[in-house]
Ligand binder design. Sequence first.
Ligand SMILES: *Cc1c(COP(=O)(O)O)cnc(C)c1O
Length: 403
Amino acid sequence: MLSWDQTPSLQPMRCSRAWVEINSLALRHNVQQIKGLLAPHTDLMAVVKADAYGHGAVTVAQVALGAGASWLGVATVPEGIELRAAGIQAPILVMGAVNSREELEAIARWRLQPTLVMPKQALVFSEVLSSLAAARPAGVHLKLDTGMSRLGFPWAEAVEFVRFVRQLPHLRIVSLYSHLATADSADPSIMKQQQQRFTTAVWQLQAEQLRPPRLHLANSAASLSDRSLHYDMVRIGLALYGSYPASHLRSTVDLQTVMQVKARLTHLKDIQPGTGVSYGHQFVADHPMRLGVVGIGYADGVPRSLSNRLQVLVKGQLVRQVGAITMDQLMIDVTSIAGLQEGDIVTLLGQDGDHQITADDWAALGNTISWEILCGFKHRLPRIAIDRPLDLAVSTPYPGDFH
Ligand SMILES: *Cc1c(COP(=O)(O)O)cnc(C)c1O
């Protein structure tokens, strides 16, 4: 049993209206599945940015490291500090932009490793380390832009960039990397072009005896689709959490959903035909209905744009959500289910009986991607770490029983 990720003394006070369950067995399984695709020398970096895509960065990092990951990837310096402050010792790569001296100082103090994309950053980091009288050189990772057009030094000028960084004191180049723009597409042509550019840069570096000791290029989609993209490390986010980056990659590994989102029925009411429901009365009953009020809303991570389109699970049955989703609550049509009581559990994402609702289902309804759906749960709901198979986890009791 893993611990809660917030102050223990608040536990008895935790609201019981809604929560997120994080299944550490599923997470461990996913890490092992991905490890199974990798050559022995290829490291697995668990990408835990955005609070591990809404799953809780510290818990996910601990479980992933225990299951075979050896690196952690974050987007920002505070995300890296959170992991170090929790006592995590694994190497941590900050993949996002670091443009201030202050951030570079924090990186040095907390033994994080920055991504450098400009000579200027390297120069400032070298100065920072010198002013801190750093005992050992600090590891840095150089990123090339090979076609994503986001962070990265132009790939064709890699030799110049690496040469510049190498002559600065206190810096040790740990890796050279790049990021793919279309790895989840069924058409590999752009991805192959990016790989070609990356390899060209590496050859040029090699010719000048400047090749960094490690190379990495692959996110989840690339890792699942093509082993030639694995190099010395793969950077895995989405697949850790049990979602497939694209449907054509479903056959590559067996992934299990890590997050389930549950809430309680907080109120039940019978309404007459003609009764409007929620803000704007977007939904009006056309027959006598039993309505369930559920204690979860858009501030918790349920996108308001899915109002009147979501389905949820109650006692193993799919029922529809009706009316505008509000900040903290939403309404469902439970007319077809007998014997419900306030306090009964509603599954928004996850499995109940024979049905499962996934982040992919929501993403398809909302014209977005599963990454964004999962990240929506990073703020407000308490998380419970469970270590039971998914089908048993459904009935997990929650402290502070309602009845
Ligand atoms: C977020 C991120 C990843 C992980 O991507 P997934 O598609 O979630 O696996 C890898 N590399 C970089 C640079 C990233 O920003």
